[in-house]
Design a protein around this ligand. Structure first.
Ligand SMILES: NC(=O)c1ccc[n+]([C@@H]2O[C@H](COP(=O)([O-])OP(=O)(O)OC[C@H]3O[C@@H](n4cnc5c(N)ncnc54)[C@H](O)[C@@H]3O)[C@@H](O)[C@H]2O)c1
Length: 370
């Protein structure tokens, strides 16, 4: 079992293990406080018995939320808060978020606002949530105007990870998490993640729980250090976690979320590294390494065939338009790029460098109109 401390006020531990022993940690974190489990049908169906045992064996109070990005809504959060009120969850109670990022974000946001804040424990069951979403206290819902536009920082009381829950995760969801793992491995502080991938790639792809315990722990070490340095994204340190995401988000938007977040991030990592190469921040070896890591994990390194990535008819100008629209929120067209001083935010790179990076990931200069 691995334990990683997140040094925010108040600090908390992320406990990572493989099998029932890991979930047993949950009863220590929750203690004898009243609690409600928020989950989804697929997660609770597959792993509810293990969670129930971890909480002490008696029948838990469980609320299920719907599946998919559409469930990240005010309606879901209102529904949760109303059931908390109906069921009498007290101010000192605990919300146990048992699922992927959708459960973590909605249950976390409900916990942040119910009674002006009750405790939440994150028990993530997707690879993406284990290495990323469950750690760091960001919670959010979507608006029709955009993703994650309303939310709160609400640090959990603790995070409990059982990597054996990943055995039932659909392949596409597992690949999605691997995109974030690849990102960590390519960060300047990612040597330990890269070492696990180098030594144990086959076991990672086979989802061996013990191997994943080490892999998830090394990813969480990186996220915890960054979050500890910049808990509420004020100094720019936390923004380095967006490596690969500016282009990745634009890709997701124009492709209409037809492929996994991890695949979009993978192409975004290649884009960012080529952009850094065009700006003479890195050498050809960095580009080759990025492409090798992603390929070894079965992730795309270019938009490829339109039907593969759902980019039919989309070109560089459409992607740039989307990135410029996002610019309103941040105040500049900003990319997190590798370079001699590590990952840094680079504002408004020249059009020629952007075009070269677009070409490198297979995006045509302009859309084909299809
Ligand atoms: N708060 C943050 O810091 C943060 C960071 C990254 C992403 N996110 C958010 O996370 C969300 C994506 O999360 P996700 O990728 O975990 O997807 P998800 O929560 O939608 O889960 C994917 C699917 O897998 C199912 N599932 C989950 N665990 C399972 C298991 N062990 N076995 C079988 N099925 C299982 C779920 O029911 C769901 O259908 C996005 O909304 C994103 O915005 C939040």
């Amino acid at each position: 079992m691995r334990r990683v401390n997140v040094a925010v006020p108040p600090p908390y531990d992320v406990t990572i293990g493989a099998g029932a022993g890991a979930l047993a940690e949950l009863s220590r974190v929750v203690g004898d406080r009243a609690n409600v489990v928020v989950s989804q049908a697929a997660v609770f169906g597959a792993h509810g018995a293990a969670l129930k045992a971890a909480l002490g064996g008696s029948e838990p109070w469980v609320e299920l939320v719907a599946d998919g990005e559409d469930a990240k809504s005010f309606a879901t959060v209102e529904g949760l808060c109303r059931t908390f009120a109906d069921g009498g969850l007290p101010r000192g109670g605990v919300v146990v978020a048992f699922g992927g990022g959708v459960v973590g974000d909605t249950a976390g946001f409900a916990a942040a606002v119910y009674h002006r804040g009750v405790a939440v424990v994150q028990v993530p069951t997707t690879l993406l949530a284990q290495v990323d979403a469950a750690v760091g206290g960001k919670t959010a819902v979507n608006l029709p105007e955009g993703k994650n536009l309303v939310g709160a920082f609400h640090q959990p009381l603790g995070v409990v990870v059982d990597t054996s829950t990943l055995s039932t995760l659909p392949d596409a969801e597992y690949r999605s998490g691997l995109g974030e793992v690849a990102k960590y491995s390519l960060m300047p502080q990612g040597a330990a993640v890269a070492a696990v991938l180098d030594a144990d790639l086959a076991r990672v792809l086979a989802r061996d729980p013990a191997t994943l315990e080490g892999l998830v722990a090394e990813c969480v070490e990186i996220k915890a250090a960054v979050v500890g340095a910049d808990p509420e994204e004020r100094t720019g340190a936390r923004a380095t976690l967006n490596f690969g995401h500016t282009f990745g988000h634009a890709l997701e938007t124009v492709a209409g979320y037809t492929h996994s977040h991890g695949e979009a991030v993978a192409v975004g990592l290649v884009f960012a590294t080529h952009l850094a190469r065009s700006l003479d921040r890195v050498d050809d070896a960095a580009v080759a390494r990025t492409e090798d890591v992603l390929t070894s994990l079965g992730l795309p390194i270019s938009v490829g065939q339109p039907e593969e990535i759902g980019l039919s008819g989309v070109g560089a100008s459409e992607l740039l338009d989307v990135m410029h629209r996002d610019k309103k929120a941040s105040g500049g067209l900003t990319f997190v790029l590798p370079g001699p001083a590590g990952l840094e935010s680079v504002d408004d790179p020249p059009a020629s460098a952007l075009e070269a990076a677009m070409r490198a990931v297979g995006v045509p200069a302009s859309g084909g109109g299809g």
